[in-house]
Design a protein around this ligand. Sequence first.
Ligand SMILES: Cc1cc2nc3c(=O)[nH]c(=O)nc-3n(C[C@H](O)[C@H](O)[C@H](O)COP(=O)(O)O)c2cc1C
Length: 305
Amino acid sequence: MNIVDLSVQVGPLNFRNPILLASGTVGYGNEMSEFLDLNKIGGIVTKSLSLKPRKGNPPQRIVETPSGMLNAIGLANVGVEVFLKEKIPFLKKYDVPLICNIAASTIEEYVECTKILTEEEAISAFEINVSCPNVKEGGLQFGNDISAVGKITEKVKSVTRKPVIVKLSPNVSYISEFAKIVKQEGGDAISAINTLVGTAFDINTRKPKIKNVTGGLSGPAIKPVALAKVLEIKQKVDIPIIGIGGIMNWKDIIEFMIAGSSAIQIGTLNFINPAAPIEMLQSLESYCMKNKIEKISQLTGSYQI
Ligand SMILES: Cc1cc2nc3c(=O)[nH]c(=O)nc-3n(C[C@H](O)[C@H](O)[C@H](O)COP(=O)(O)O)c2cc1C
């Protein structure tokens, strides 16, 4: 029996602790199970799934940057059918909430993916990745278009009873405007943030270090940006937030919760120390005991501004 209650609630979802594993950094959980006990973490978010399998972008797809990394994986994934047949049986062995992240190039594809996956009882919720090119609108990202984000939320909600979390892009002027429309259209929670657009050049060849030219920046470099986005949403919109971006240690988790997150996700850190999420639980408990906090959820939005 824990002395401190580490459990948290994100809308209708309950997690045993606030630490979730971020999309794209743990595959479908199988490789991670060699490094940590999946039954001990708050939840797993799958790599973005699309209707059909995707090969993703050609290499080079990843490059290290000061205090972070750039990636342009291009949403490589096995597709919903293979996921259900080959990946879900492994995940079912664990008692850990499974959140399916969905990527798509049309609104119809988001809806179709959700319709298929919602039948699978092992899936607890959906996380909708709106940082995807909108094929019908000339490749502009859905995540930069408020009305598209609203429409995706509304349509996806109409085909599932499971909670729908919308994962927002930080590459916008006012992220709270996007959170507002998600709430209006019935979304259950926000994940913030996805990666920031960045690039890097090789000074000898003068070519971009990433074949796709630009990639998504993640890691400690983006933590202050992510915290500011979480705070902006918390101050403007009444919707649960899952904070993501540059979390490298337990103190970062506390900081994200103070800024307004109900739970958090670990991304880039999984590539450096995949056992870190478990190691941090003890420190979270000690911090709470030292500060006479009975439930860690009391920290959410407890900033003193
Ligand atoms: C290699 C890599 C692949 C990613 N793939 C996805 C993805 O498929 N879908 C998604 O929503 N986010 C994806 N992300 C974004 C992460 O889930 C997370 O939002 C971001 O990396 C910021 O958190 P971090 O700084 O802790 O890594 C990916 C990130 C990385 C580094």
